[in-house]
Ligand binder design. Structure first.
Ligand SMILES: [Zn+2]
Length: 442
């Protein structure tokens, strides 16, 4: 699908007087200079993905599945999206030296496949601005430092409605910051965590835009959900992985906790690390796997502190909807993740509200989001945030939302897509709240 042009946006954003003062001057070049020095000091060089290809491979049966998943190490295969049911397909990225042997294998075992991305590196280059503007305009993918400086500014500017919070520090010592937006007391609340997977940059871009919309609502629908709902939002949960994906390896997914006893591989899949049915299904005990669930439930400080914050710092029963924001695939996924045989008690409400989100989002640009339970729609998973939110915290509407696209560019969407994605998601949230009211969730 072609993305719509949005000629009015830049002017619209820039005429907002509140945005004018966000233009910090030479501060950014200084920050970037020091970030650069820091990377140099650590001897970090950016990983390149020249001639890496992304294949879309259909998985017809269990034999196919096992064959493909068995190649992770041999072909340095990086899973972008994994099929878990026959007939579904996986997106996998391979370095140039293994592509011929990989295609031979696919042909030998009668896989149906097609090339999705011929060369990953140019798309990554297109994601990195030649010159950083130094203020949030949603035409560039921003670093953690830029997002945090912007949080400082909005916390000051909108101190009557914005309450900053920090759930704690990451493994590498970065603060994990969030904000609560509340126009009045007594509102029901929505909790959103974003960028738990490091490489899913569109998620923090989208949610910061949404925060901006809530602070200065530009239409009655957004004004309503800003004023009558409280929003707890953590724009970047996996701060270490996110920084690493900016500074070193663009396609990094996991945390940076080194728990592999052999020292070979680093990081936990944080969305497999929650303490509900941890490691039951759709997670790996191999520290080198992209879906490694960690050495134990809540082993990673990012998750332990997130659940502690939800348990101890927000009044019980306040949070009505929990959202874990991801990319890609265009899905609204509900529990259960671990089984396709059973459905949770609140499944009808979950689907009603998911439909409200998807329909409203669709009306903006015609982007189709599919909704259903994780296990029936995509693949089985356990130990994820939305499952914990439902089963342990009793939050009746918990989703994993996978933003654009359907795999054409996956994690390497161009920056021009940020505003269209953020706008349709904003509309989606308006529809979500309206639908939640219809089934007495809010
Ligand atoms: Zn994800």
């Amino acid at each position: 699908m072609a993305f719509p042009s949005i000629p009015d946006n830049k002017a619209e954003k820039c005429t907002q007087d509140s945005r004018q003062t966000l233009r910090a001057s030479g501060m950014w070049s200084r920050i970037l200079f020091f970030v650069g020095l820091f990377s140099l000091a650590l001897g970090l060089e950016q990983v390149r993905y020249d001639n890496y290809k992304v294949y879309n491979v259909r998985i017809d049966d269990v034999e196919h599945y096992q064959l493909l998943s068995g190649q992770e190490k041999a072909f340095e295969l990086n899973s972008w999206r994994e099929a878990r049911h026959p007939g579904d397909s996986s997106d996998v990225m391979l370095p140039p030296q293994y592509q011929e042997a990989f295609e031979d294998l696919l042909n030998k075992y009668n896989f149906t496949y097609k090339l999705k991305i011929d060369d990953v590196q140019p798309h990554i280059d297109a994601q990195r601005p030649k010159k950083r503007t130094g203020y949030m305009e949603w035409t560039q993918f921003h670093t953690l430092e830029e997002i945090y400086t912007w949080l400082d500014l909005i916390e000051q500017r909108y101190s009557d409605i914005v309450t900053p919070f920090t759930i704690g520090n990451s493994y590498e010592g970065r603060p994990i910051r969030g904000i609560k937006i509340s126009f009045k007391e007594g509102n029901p609340a929505v909790f959103i965590e974003s960028n738990i997977h490091a490489r899913e940059w569109i998620t923090s871009s989208t949610i910061t835009y949404f925060i901006d919309e809530l602070l200065v609502p530009r239409n009655p629908g957004v004004r309503d959900i800003a004023q009558n709902v409280d929003w707890y939002i953590i724009p970047v949960l996996n701060v270490d992985g996110f920084s690493y994906s900016h500074e070193v390896a663009r396609l990094w997914r996991k945390s940076r906790l080194p728990s592999d006893p052999t020292g070979e591989c680093i990081g936990t899949d944080l969305n497999r690390n929650f303490d509900f049915l941890w490691m039951l299904t759709g997670a790996s005990d191999d520290p080198c796997s992209e879906t490694y669930a960690g050495p134990s439930a809540e082993s990673d400080p990012e998750i332990h502190q997130l659940t502690s914050y939800l348990n101890n710092s927000i009044p019980e029963g306040t949070i009505k909807i929990y959202i874990s924001l991801h990319s890609y695939g265009q899905y609204v996924l509900s529990p259960w993740g671990h089984t396709a045989e059973e459905f949770p008690e609140h499944y009808p409400q979950m689907m009603h509200v998911a439909k409200g989100f998807s329909d409203a989002l669709y009306r903006r640009y015609g982007t189709v989001f599919t909704y259903g339970s994780s296990a029936t729609t995509l693949y089985e998973v356990s130990g994820s945030g939305k499952e914990w939110a439902y089963a342990v915290k009793g939050i009746k509407i918990p989703y994993t939302i996978e933003l654009r696209d359907k795999g054409q560019l996956g994690f390497v969407l161009p920056p021009e897509d940020i505003i269209p994605v953020a706008r349709e998601v904003t509309e989606g949230f308006v529809g979500m709240i309206a639908a939640a009211r219809e089934v007495d969730i809010l």
